[in-house]
Ligand binder design. Structure first.
Ligand code: PLP
Length: 478
C-alpha cells in the first residue's frame, strides 16, 4: 500500500506547490485594484446553496490543493478589493501573508517559553512598544491573545480578580457583580460579563450622546443606582472606537470617575486604539494611559491576519493574577512572574505565533506604515462624509471620528426598509460590500473604510449605485 504520509510531507511537492500558490495569491492582490466590471468584492451565494456545493465537493475524488484554493478564493469575500468597505476585517498587508506561512510552518505552541522562544519574546517586545505608544510607563506590559472578544473577557476577569476572590472561592450567596459600559459597546463585553456569571442585570448599559459616546455625566447616577440595588461594580469599560459608529468615549472623564470610586478601568480599543500611531488622531485617545487594561486588535487597523490581539495592563504584574492555577506539566509555580511562559497569563494553552506578522511589518516598513494607514483611512472617512452631505437625498448619521461612517438614503415612506433593500441589492450584485446597523432604532448603511487603496472614485460610485438601487426598490413597490 502506498505510504501517504511520506508523500504528504514531501518538501519537493511543497516547494512546487508553494511557488505556484504565490503566483495565484499575487494575481489576486494585483487584481484587487482593477476596475474590471466582473471583479466583485462579494461573490454572494445563498448559504444553503453554498452548503450543498461544499457537501458535494467533499464527496468528489481527491484533487490538487491549488485547485481547491482557487475555488475557495473565488467563493470568498474579497477583502483586498477597493470596493470592500464593509466590516472591520483588514486587507492584510502582503508581507504578513508571508509571515503567516512562517507561523504555520513553525507551529510554535507558545504556552511555555520552550514551545515559543521567539514568539513569547516578540509578544513582550510588541505589547510593550504599543504600551509606550499609548502613553504608559515602563511598568506596563501585555501579551497577544486570540481576538478582541477573548481579550475583553480576559481583561474583565482581571478586573474581577482585582476586586474579589471569586476565581478561587466562587460566588458567595447573593453576591452580585456589575460592570458599567456604553450601550454602544461591542456585544462581546455583554457576552463576557454573562460568561463570568454577572447575568443580564450585571451589565449596566449607560446611554450615549448624539455622537454615540458614553454619557459620562450619567456615570455617577448609574453607579449609585447599582450600589443601591446591592451590586458591587467592579469595572467601567470605555470604548476607543465603538463598533457601529467608531465613536471614541471621553476616556479622561471615565478615568477620573473610575479613580474616584476605585474601579478597574478597561478600554476596548480593539478598533480605534491604533490612532496612537498618528500625531493627527492621537488626541482621540486622551486618558487611555490611565486605563488599567486595554485591548487592541492588530487584526483590525494594523493590517494583520486574524486573530491577533494585544492585551495591555498598566501594571504588567496584574496579568498574572487572572488565571491563578497550577499546571504541573508546564510550570510549577503560577505566582512567579515569568513573562516568557505565555500560558500563565493567557486563556489559551496552545496559540498561534500571530505576533510575527505585526513584528514583521515594523521591521520591514517601520512605524510609519501604521501612521499612514490610520491617516489615510480616517481622512477618507471625513471626505466620504463630505460627499454624503453634498448629495441630495442622503443623510449622514453623525460626524465620523474614525473610518466608520453611517448614513442612509432618505425618501418618503419606510426609510429603514428602503435602506435594507438597497443593501440587499448591493450584496447580491456583489460589486460593493457594505453593511448596515441600527442607530436610535432606525436602520442605517454602514461602511468601514479598511482598504487604503480605496479612492474617492469608488465612494462616488457607491453613492450613485445607492441612488440607482433606491429607484429599483421604489419601482418594485409602485
Ligand atoms: C470595538 C470592538 N471590540 C471587540 C470586538 C471583537 O473583536 P474580535 O472580533 O477580534 O473578537 C470588535 C469586533 O468588531 C469590536 O469592533
Amino acid at each position: 500500500m502506498e505510504n501517504i504520509l511520506d508523500k504528504a510531507y514531501s518538501a519537493e511537492d511543497f516547494r512546487r506547490q508553494g511557488h505556484a500558490l504565490i503566483d495565484i495569491l499575487a494575481d489576486y492582490l494585483a487584481d484587487a485594484t482593477t476596475d474590471r466590471e466582473e471583479v466583485k468584492a462579494m461573490p454572494w451565494q445563498d448559504p444553503d446553496k453554498q452548503l450543498a456545493y461544499w457537501q458535494q465537493d467533499f464527496q468528489k475524488p481527491l484533487q490538487q490543493p491549488l485547485d481547491l484554493f482557487r475555488d475557495v478564493m473565488a467563493k470568498s469575500i474579497q477583502v483586498h478589493r477597493k470596493r470592500y468597505i464593509g466590516h472591520q476585517t483588514t486587507p492584510t498587508l502582503p508581507v504578513t501573508i508571508l509571515a503567516s506561512a512562517v507561523t504555520a510552518t513553525l507551529n510554535q505552541g507558545m504556552g511555555v517559553y520552550e514551545m515559543g522562544p521567539v514568539g513569547n519574546t516578540l509578544e513582550k517586545v510588541m505589547t510593550e512598544h504599543l504600551a509606550q505608544k499609548l502613553g504608559y510607563s515602563s511598568e506596563a506590559s501585555g501579551f497577544v491573545t486570540s481576538g478582541g472578544s477573548l481579550g475583553n473577557l480576559t481583561a474583565l476577569l482581571a478586573a474581577r480578580a482585582a476586586a474579589t476572590d471569586i476565581w478561587n472561592a466562587g460566588y458567595a450567596q447573593g453576591q452580585r457583580l456589575a460592570v458599567l459600559v456604553s450601550e454602544e459597546a461591542h456585544y462581546c463585553i455583554d457576552r463576557a460579563a454573562r460568561i463570568m456569571g454577572l447575568g443580564a442585570d450585571g451589565i449596566i448599559k449607560v446611554p450615549v450622546n448624539e455622537q454615540f459616546q458614553l454619557r459620562t455625566d450619567l456615570l455617577e447616577e448609574y453607579y449609585q443606582q447599582a450600589v443601591a440595588e446591592g451590586k458591587q461594580v467592579i469595572c467601567v469599560v470605555g470604548c476607543a472606537g465603538t463598533t457601529s459608529t467608531g465613536s471614541y468615549d471621553d476616556l479622561e472623564a471615565i478615568a477620573a470617575f473610575s479613580e474616584s470610586h476605585q474601579l478597574w478601568f478597561h478600554v476596548d480599543g480593539a478598533h480605534g486604539a491604533p490612532a496612537a500611531f498618528s500625531p493627527k488622531y492621537r488626541h482621540l485617545l486622551k486618558g487611555i494611559e490611565k486605563a488599567d487594561s486595554v485591548v487592541v486588535d492588530y487584526h483590525k487597523m494594523m493590517m494583520t491576519p486574524s486573530l491577533s490581539t494585544a492585551l495591555i495592563f498598566k501594571r504588567g504584574g496584574d496579568a498574572y493574577k487572572t488565571f491563578s492555577q497550577r499546571a504541573q506539566y508546564l510550570w510549577t509555580e503560577q505566582e512567579s512572574e515569568e513573562w516568557y511562559n505565555g500560558g500563565k497569563r493567557s486563556f489559551e494553552c496552545t496559540k498561534a505565533m500571530s505576533v510575527l506578522s505585526v513584528y514583521t511589518m515594523f521591521r520591514t516598513y517601520g512605524e510609519d506604515v501604521f501612521r499612514e494607514n490610520i491617516e489615510r483611512l480616517y481622512g477618507m472617512a471625513t471626505s466620504f462624509a463630505g460627499l454624503i452631505k453634498e448629495r441630495p437625498g442622503f443623510e449622514l448619521a453623525y460626524e465620523p471620528a474614525c473610518n466608520i461612517v453611517c448614513f442612509r438614503y432618505k425618501a418618503e415612506g419606510d426609510v429603514s426598509k428602503l435602506n435594507q433593500e438597497i443593501r440587499r441589492l448591493l450584496l447580491e450584485e456583489g460589486r460593493f460590500y457594505i453593511v448596515q446597523t441600527i442607530l436610535n432604532g432606525e436602520l442605517y448603511l454602514r461602511v468601514s473604510l479598511m482598504n487604503p487603496l480605496t479612492t474617492e472614485n469608488e465612494l462616488q460610485e457607491l453613492l450613485e449605485q445607492i441612488v440607482e438601487k433606491a429607484a429599483l426598490v421604489r419601482a418594485v413597490e409602485a
